[in-house]
Design a protein around this ligand. Sequence first.
Ligand SMILES: Nc1ncnc2c1ncn2[C@@H]1O[C@H](COP(=O)(O)OP(=O)(O)O)[C@@H](O)[C@H]1O
Ligand SMILES: Cc1ncc(C[n+]2csc(CCOP(=O)(O)OP(=O)(O)O)c2C)c(N)n1
Ligand SMILES: [Mg+2]
Ligand SMILES: [Mg+2]
Ligand SMILES: [Mg+2]
Length: 335
Amino acid sequence: MNLSQVGEFGLINLLNKKMIHSPAGVIAGIGDDAAVLQCPGDCWQLFTTDMMVEGIHFRLDWSAYFDVGYKALAVNISDIAAMGGRPSHGVVSIAIPGHTRVEDVAELYRGLKEIAGKHKVNLVGGDTVKSPGPLVVNIALLGEVTAGRAVFRSGARPGDTIYTTGNLGTAAAGLYLLSQNGVCPPELRDRVIRAHLRPEPRVSEGILLGSLEGVAALDDNSDGLAAELREICRASSVGCLVWEKALPVLPGVRQLASQAGTGVLDWVMNGGEDYELLFTLRPDRRKPVEEALHEAGIPFTAIGVVVPEPEGLSVERCDGTREIIAMQGYNHFAE
Ligand SMILES: Nc1ncnc2c1ncn2[C@@H]1O[C@H](COP(=O)(O)OP(=O)(O)O)[C@@H](O)[C@H]1O
Ligand SMILES: Cc1ncc(C[n+]2csc(CCOP(=O)(O)OP(=O)(O)O)c2C)c(N)n1
Ligand SMILES: [Mg+2]
Ligand SMILES: [Mg+2]
Ligand SMILES: [Mg+2]
């Protein structure tokens, strides 16, 4: 069987049997943004890892080494944020092609340390090996969350409102400009390329959401809205209806998407790498939670509603018609 027949998530499902030998310490294992582990005192420990591979996650003709280091830690911090937690300690493993200059590796570490400083992450170890091919950076990151306050993908119920922080499709627009040499005003160009190269994980937002009663499910958007909502649907045994009209997209990004000929819905659903937080909220808690988010200055938008599982994942198009979302989001082994 080849990998594209099972896909990334099918492969993980095949592998994930008999992985836990001492279940007492494991509150949640495979299946969420980070594992949740028992630890002494009034906190739970979070543990996650994400890898970046040259040619798949970045290209060195588009990204400075600084950006590679910055993003490698940003995406891991985002997984901790997606549990409602705070990142704490990380280890960094790098596989480096032999022709790489020392100064370039130092730049990668400057990027790592820059974002580690912003979020007070201690980098406490790692591993260094030679790569016969691409540059690879892997980080494993610990975090913590107040016991009982982690927000899982599995908490959504029909009737919840679906929200996202920030804007969607911005990083996809950046990738488009880098890969297709599209034209656009310089300020927009800088903004969308920065969103792609240097995402800012929403840590304080995740912690606030985790502290607010009624926030039911939480996830970060690495693979696109279609993929992340599908994860919430699967984990919570629900369906989701997205309102196309409500999707928060920068006006310039809409224009770029029509220039690209893809349509912005494709960028929102499949583009990924926005690293915004996606969450669901009990309907009777909308007012107080929205007020708390406004007060904290956090941008957010209601983008749909959780529906019963048999209704599946669908979108209400701007013309009022409703259709099933066939788009899958980013999958490492899609054909
Ligand atoms: N090779 C693997 N072995 C065990 N668990 C894995 C593996 N790859 C991914 N997982 C787990 O599968 C889940 C989904 O992974 P992924 O889609 O990468 O999550 P995320 O988008 O939050 O980074 C996570 O809980 C992750 O820990
Ligand atoms: C050169 C290049 N091509 C394509 C992409 C787009 N891309 C690569 S991986 C990915 C999805 C996110 O990465 P993944 O490893 O799936 O992160 P995770 O879901 O585990 O957090 C996307 C949208 C990119 N970032 N760079
Ligand atoms: Mg991952
Ligand atoms: Mg991730
Ligand atoms: Mg992914």
